[in-house]
Ligand binder design. Sequence first.
Ligand SMILES: [Fe+2]
Length: 445
Amino acid sequence: MELSAAMPSPSTESAPTERADARGVLEAHGALARRYRQVRERTERLLAPLSSEDCQVQSMPDASPAKWHAAHTSWFFETFVLAPRLAGYRAFDASYAYLFNSYYDSVGPRVARDRRGLLTRPALAEVLRYREHVDRHVARLCAEAELPPELCDVLEVGLNHEEQHQELFLTDLKHALAQNPREPAYAPAPEGPRGPRAPRAPAAPLAFVPYAGGLVEIGHAGAGFAFDNERPRHRVFLEPFELASRAVTNAEFLEFVRAGGYAEPRLWLSDGWAERERGGWSAPLYWREQDGEWSSFTLAGRRPLDPTEPVVHVSYYEAEAYAAWAGARLPTEAEWEHAASGVAPDGHFQDSGRYHPAPAAHDPSGRPAALFGDVWEWTASAYAAYPGFEPWRGSLGEYNGKFMANQMVLRGGSCASPAGHLRASYRNFFHPHARWQFSGVRLAR
Ligand SMILES: [Fe+2]
């Protein structure tokens, strides 16, 4: 399997002399091996609070069991790294190629996506042994002095892939737990200023930050990992625009609900209105009203709706209808990236252990606050190839490019994204009816 020459090559960043070259290569391998262990251990920490029954359930076709995520991320390393590159490697179990392939048609057939919850065998303990087996062999590979740069690149893809699945693990698990009448918590919310019992300041007033527009550049450039769909960097013309200083809050979205926003077809796209009818939507996913009080289900259990937090678990259609009601619109992905360029991608991510968006603090610089983390922000942009897009070569070309139809781009990351996984050029994408991701709304005009 070959990857695009545009991919980063950690082991090519070596010093000029031969000896320094060798040391640089070994250090790069060491850094990659350490990062590999950190990412893999994070998956196992996420699994730790769950029973094997929790790990088995599949609540809908879009959501996969936790056990499947744990196995599939290992299958990825086995298929794209170990099998082609480690001499004498023997698969842990030949049937796993069929059980844990996700969507790689060029690799082979697989269990249908909506039947992953039926895989009661292998048991969770066996999947954990599979993970150990893969880890042991990747460690052996990383100990080799001659690790070709393109192999380091594929390992880095595998690590970013596993980070994406760590977020999906949480969103899929949340959906599964929400189906249980007892609405069990995954993890107690942390204490402290970001905990649910911390005193609430009112959300910063909504302001709009102006941008002059003009000819700007978007897309990934330079060193560091990026997915193929973020390239190439290219020029885009933007009209002058304004971007909201923060995401829409629960209090603001509740006004839309109370004003009859879900019952007013003139606010909705035709497909959105149909989805609303099909799904019986009257509020964001996981919201519930009882005796005039609203609550929402979180990974720490159900709790009263916090008016200051960003609204989360809305589809593109709901985001779009809200924007129409508010006299605004959603930003395009080029506008969003232009506003986010030069902003450090730090924010409130998975690592906080809160697994729920937090109220946005005012950004003293006057720039839009909390562009990264908390909630993915729906954009008005259809997910499509950038001019000059080249998918990665080989089977990994199926990673992103083949999904470039009928989905919308989201930007910025969420409270379920691992810290360090994101950047301004990062493009997430989901179908416009999807609500189970940590997706919210930032307005533009
Ligand atoms: Fe995957």
